[in-house]
Design a protein around this ligand. Structure first.
Ligand SMILES: [Zn+2]
Length: 315
């Protein structure tokens, strides 16, 4: 199988997080949301421990290698793992050192497992321009141009593993419209990208993402709010990286059954199945497939069609 949307920090292996926390004397906070997760804050709180651990090159390298193994065990032999390099630079690492460590992890996994293909997507963060950074290289990581500098870094680092940029973070607080220039810049530089939109904010955010010329959107499911927008996604053959169980946990829709993935699929949108945060949402591709078949009655043939969409959308 192919997976397009999985975050490294939200998928740090639980046993590894606990072992490392004990080794370093870090307080062990919750890593997985409960089924009745009632707020985005509870969800975001689960990133605290992984983010505090992923501040050292050997930990980042190990996390990528182990995630690749977990993906393989789940039947995923081609995956694009994403992370925000700046969020790993709160201590001593530079963004380039964080990227190098992740690349080593990906290469080690691919060397150990024939047929496995791992790519990395590096996330710009919404609000990075206002972030109060305390790391060794803090001057690089804040201010209006911080995300532009990350695009420059991606351009320099792009190879057979480092493939593309993304935009992640609080969509409702920092609207997508603010980042159109950033991704036009990426386009001019030849850096491919995807953008989280239509999860924490609605149709307007997806329209703004489309203005960048993106071919992929992370989530995108709230496009369902506007029929014209759904038509546009079909017309432009945009791939949506849907993460259904994650959307249940962040309360993207009032009830799980309200999730529009099947309606989008039936309308002709190229929707794909992804896990988003394997540890935090305690999910796998198998669980995502089982869930959409049970709740939305996708047939095996339709599941295969979504897999084909994912393969075609790889960077
Ligand atoms: Zn995501």
């Amino acid at each position: 199988m192919t997976e397009l949307h999985v975050h490294l920090d939200g998928s740090l292996r639980k046993e590894t997080a606990i072992a490392l926390a004990k080794e370093k004397g870090t307080k062990i906070t919750s890593l997985t949301v409960d089924e009745d997760c009632d707020s985005l804050e509870t969800y975001l709180e689960c990133f605290r421990l992984p983010l505090s651990l992923l501040q050292e090159a050997p930990v980042i390298e190990r996390a990528v290698r182990e995630l690749a193994e977990d993906l393989l065990a789940d039947g995923v032999n081609r995956a694009e793992i994403r992370f925000a390099p700046y969020s790993f630079c709160a201590k001593d690492l530079s963004p380039k050192e964080a990227v190098d460590a992740a690349r080593r992890g990906a290469r080690a996994a691919m060397a150990a497992h024939k047929g496995l293909k791992i790519a990395l997507i590096l996330c710009c963060m919404r609000g990075q321009e206002e972030a109060p950074f305390v790391g060794r290289v803090r001057e690089e990581l804040t201010g209006e141009k911080a995300n532009f500098r990350l695009i420059d870094l991606i351009e320099e680092e792009m190879d057979d593993v480092v493939k593309a940029a993304d935009l992640a973070g609080a969509e409702a607080l920092f609207p997508t419209g603010r980042y159109i220039e950033l991704f036009r810049y990426a386009k001019r530089k030849g850096v491919p990208f995807t953008i989280h939109a239509g999860e924490g904010a609605g149709a307007k955010s997806v329209w703004a993402a489309l203005e960048t010329g993106t071919g992929r959107i992370g989530h995108g499911v709230r496009a369902i709010e506007e029929a014209l927008l759904v038509d546009e996604l079909v017309r432009k053959k945009i791939t949506l990286e849907c993460c259904v169980i994650s959307n249940f946990h962040t309360r993207c829709f009032a009830n799980p059954i309200d999730h529009p993935i099947k309606r989008l699929f039936d309308a002709g949108v190229r929707v794909t199945l992804n896990t988003d945060n394997r540890t935090i949402s305690d999910t796998t591709m198998h669980r995502e497939i089982e869930t959409v078949q049970r709740l939305f009655h996708f047939t095996d043939e339709e599941i295969r069609r979504m897999q084909a969409y994912a393969e075609e959308a790889c960077f």
